[in-house]
Write a protein of this length. Structure first.
Length: 419
């Protein structure tokens, strides 16, 4: 519009930030027109040129009113810095978003039509100023509630984050991580025992299966005798067995390496499950607003479900620690020595002496899959047997290498054909 009227002007925005100081310096000269965005040039004093003070100073013309009164006050403040004279004038249309959404523009438009005012005619009245300020207050209140709501949601995650990171730092700084391991055992095992036994129909078989698949205890119904004890007595019985088995496993490894391994077991469980928890919390936050259609407060629903998810997270961390406790080692040789000390009736009587396909498969298994389910007394029958890793007595022969029998043929066409 200014170009069409051939009015020289300068534009002050982010695109011309390199020339900002020069544009601001020329803005106070007589006859200078400067177009600026709301945010550009704030905090700078525009010095008036010669003769501008006598003409009334700097004139600020606003094409609309901002949603926040604070921004409007900052714009007005540009015209009278350091005691210089100046004036400001703002123009508002009933079609602006501010007036259309919060300023009752439809009602004001009907009043203007009733008085026969023409389209584009300038109106000035204190009622209009009051209407604009009322609309700005409503927007500010809405924005405040939105920010407050966001902080309420963030506080839930902050409290959970504080608990998890405090626990994680405690693991890192602890000189005796085994105490933390035993705390996990003392808290997780009773919860599992109550889950299976503290019900109307106790599930002794399920508890036995969980114990034998998680720890190398090799319990049987006759040996455990869960039916003969109370819930608390069974809990104490299992805790003592687990700690004794773990002490036996740790005795075959270096104390320093065991400490690092114990820290790693707990930290790995925390980090992996905490990441999954964060994704689940983000999904919950995105979908919880839909519960407003059921006349439920999304914030209360979010807090309730977030608490349940956090309790489940802490329980899963403890169970993860228990699952990896006997499936991790700092030294494979020490782990094999631990397995070798298990009762002899748990091992196979005839271990293969040469590499076979089955032995190769067992050697490729992770350390966790080689853990047996027995360690200790050996006074029961029907124990579950384990397989120790088998070492090769001769170097592995490739399929296309010469056969070690001396026939001159390739291994795959000779002895390897029947292997």
């Amino acid at each position: 519009m200014l170009k069409r009227e051939k009015i020289p002007h300068n534009v002050l925005n982010a695109k011309f930030h390199m020339q900002e100081a020069e544009i601001v310096a020329r803005a106070g000269q007589p006859g200078t027109v400067t177009i600026s965005t709301n945010m550009a040039g704030r905090g700078t004093d525009i010095k008036l040129g010669p003769g501008v003070r006598e003409l009334g100073g700097l004139m600020v013309v606003g094409t609309e009113r901002h949603e926040a009164r604070r921004i409007d006050r900052q714009l007005r403040g540009r015209c009278a810095r350091q005691g210089d004279p100046g004036a400001s004038r703002f123009y508002v249309s009933f079609e602006d978003d501010l007036m259309r959404n919060f300023g009752a523009a439809d009602r004001m438009t009907k009043i203007m039509e009733r008085f026969g005012l023409e389209e584009g005619q300038e109106l000035e009245h204190r009622w209009l100023n009051r209407s604009v300020e009322t609309a700005q207050k409503r927007v500010e209140q809405r924005n405040y509630l939105i920010r407050k709501r966001t902080l309420d949601f963030d506080d839930v995650m902050n409290m959970q984050r504080e608990v998890v990171y405090t626990y994680r730092n405690e693991v890192i700084d602890s000189e005796e991580p085994r105490k933390l391991i035993y705390e996990v055992i003392d808290e997780a095992v009773p919860a599992k025992v109550k889950e299976y036994l503290d019900v109307d129909e106790p599930n002794y078989t399920g508890l036995m299966h969980w114990v034998n698949t998680t720890f190398p205890l090799g319990l049987t119904q006759e040996k455990a005798q869960f039916e003969m004890r109370a819930v608390d007595e069974n809990t104490q019985f299992l805790i003592e067995k687990i700690k004794a088995a773990y002490e036996r496993k740790s005795s075959h490894e270096e104390p320093t390496a065991v400490k690092s391994l114990e820290r790693y077991i707990i930290l790995n469980a925390i980090d992996r499950l905490w990441q999954e928890h964060l994704y689940a919390m983000d999904a919950l936050r995105e979908g919880v607003y839909l519960r407003g259609y059921a006349q439920k407060d999304p914030l209360i629903e979010y807090k309730t479900e977030a608490y349940d998810m956090f309790v489940e997270l802490m329980a899963n961390i403890k169970n993860e620690v228990l699952n990896n406790l006997f499936r991790s080692t700092s030294n494979l040789q020490a782990f094999e020595n631990f397995l070798a000390t298990l009762p002899q009736f748990l091992m196979r009587e005839h271990a293969p002496t040469a590499p076979t396909a089955g032995a190769d498969a067992r050697m490729r298994q992770p350390v966790g899959e080689l853990v047996g389910v027995a360690a200790g007394d050996g006074d029961g029958a029907g124990e579950v047997s384990i397989d120790l890793p088998v070492r090769r007595s001769i170097p592995k022969v490739g399929r296309n290498e010469p056969c070690p029998c001396g026939s001159g043929k390739k291994y795959k066409n000779c002895c390897g054909r029947t292997a």
